[in-house]
Design a protein around this ligand. Structure first.
Ligand code: SF4
Length: 377
């Protein structure tokens, strides 16, 4: 742990570098906690470049807490559509509603109040409170933990609770009390731009002289890699109805259930959003989709011709999903309670997951039917 002059020099080197080289990002031009909060939630598990257009569109539509709290959930999801991890958007709106109800629409300043909001953990609370209000709270996420592990040449699983607590303590001691928001952003920027997981740029690093992992000669070996969960292969079949007018059928967002969903739970895989009629396949895509459709549309049993389209691949955390979409040409979209019939090319009017988006694009692709290799009957 750095002390005295070394600590002062470390802080100065990193802050000077940050002020000179920081990226000009939209959320860095504001101290508004609402905007900083939105950016922090969007940045969880999503790259900066992907977040920027979403951030701007989202704030143009929901410019303040009340606008977000009062909007229909479906609209919030629509503006989130494509960013993935939709529980973030649902929690964001629930938190906005709580802030309106209990804090008169003002983002709370007390950590206990912030941590009581859905979707906000220690990292996000520290980021918002330090950047927006100058609270002396150090951030610790995977990026910052990696930087700290390299600086101190720390081995072992960083997420192990005792080690994580020690890292949090170290992050707190390094924090510059006069400018905690800038300091936290400087640590994050270092992890994102210089001390990346692979091939850290030690020659460009402003704090290289303090780094024990660099001295070891193999900085990339810190921290030790965690064992990844075994990948699960999942196969789904989806029915893409088509009328001569280009309409298709979307089923409504499935309700949340109490029990823990299976790996191939369709409701989870479509992120509980609007979706094509879809079923998890165990053996045979044709017979299992036919039986699912017979259940959904008893009056059309056995009369729906399945024409295979190009398969779609999608990865969600430890799940590799293969979707076998089938075009079903009909004169008129059959009626299903709660479902909607819209033109396929207008699918983005509905809040849909990335998986559904990929199926829709595959179905719209002119080469889809021709390029498809039919699954086994
Ligand atoms: Fe990371 Fe290299 Fe800098 Fe150490 S010297 S903090 S390993 S970039």
């Amino acid at each position: 742990m750095l002390k005295g002059r070394d600590l002062a020099s470390f802080r100065k080197q990193l802050l000077d570098w940050f002020y000179q080289f920081r990226r000009d990002l939209p959320w860095r031009r504001t101290k508004d906690p609402y905007r900083i909060w939105i950016s922090e939630i969007m940045l969880q598990q999503t790259r900066v470049a992907a977040v920027i257009p979403y951030y701007e569109r989202f704030l143009a539509r929901f410019p303040d807490m009340r606008a977000l709290a009062e909007a229909p959930e479906e609209e919030v999801l629509r503006y989130w559509s494509g960013l993935g991890y939709y529980s973030r958007a649902r929690n964001l709106q629930k938190a906005a509603q709580l802030i309106v109800a209990h804090h008169a629409g003002e983002f709370p300043r007390e950590a206990t109040d912030v941590l009581a909001l859905p979707g906000i953990g220690n990292y996000t609370a520290a980021a918002i409170l330090s950047i927006a209000f100058g609270a002396k709270r150090a951030v610790l996420d995977g990026n910052v933990a990696r930087v700290l592990a390299r600086l101190g040449a720390i081995r072992g699983d960083l997420r192990e609770s005792r080690r994580w607590r020690a890292l949090q303590e170290t992050a707190g001691k390094l924090l510059v009390p006069e400018t905690p928001g800038d300091w936290n952003q400087a640590m994050m920027e270092l992890g994102a731009m210089v001390c990346m997981p692979r091939a850290p740029q030690c020659l460009l690093c402003p704090v290289a002289k303090f780094c024990r992992a660099r001295i070891s000669g193999d900085p990339e070996s810190f921290p030790e890699k965690r064992k990844n969960r075994e990948v699960v292969q999942i196969v789904l079949a989806a029915a893409v109805f088509f009328t001569p007018r280009g309409e298709t059928l979307f089923l409504p967002p499935p309700r949340k259930t109490q029990h823990k969903p299976a790996d191939d739970d369709v409701a989870t895989l479509v992120s509980r959003m609007w979706h094509f009629p879809t079923v998890a396949i165990r053996k045979n895509a044709y017979t299992e989709l036919e039986s699912f459709l017979a259940h959904l549309l008893p009056s059309r049993k056995g009369t729906l011709p399945l024409e295979p389209l190009k398969r779609v691949r999608h990865a969600v955390t430890y799940r590799n999903v293969t979707v076998l979409p089938f075009r079903i040409t009909v004169a008129k979209i059959p009626r299903v309670r709660g479902a909607r019939s819209i033109r396929l090319e207008d699918f983005s009017m509905l809040a849909v997951s990335n998986l559904t988006r990929k199926i829709a694009k595959a179905a719209l692709s002119p080469s889809s039917a021709a390029a498809s290799k039919p699954p086994k009957r």
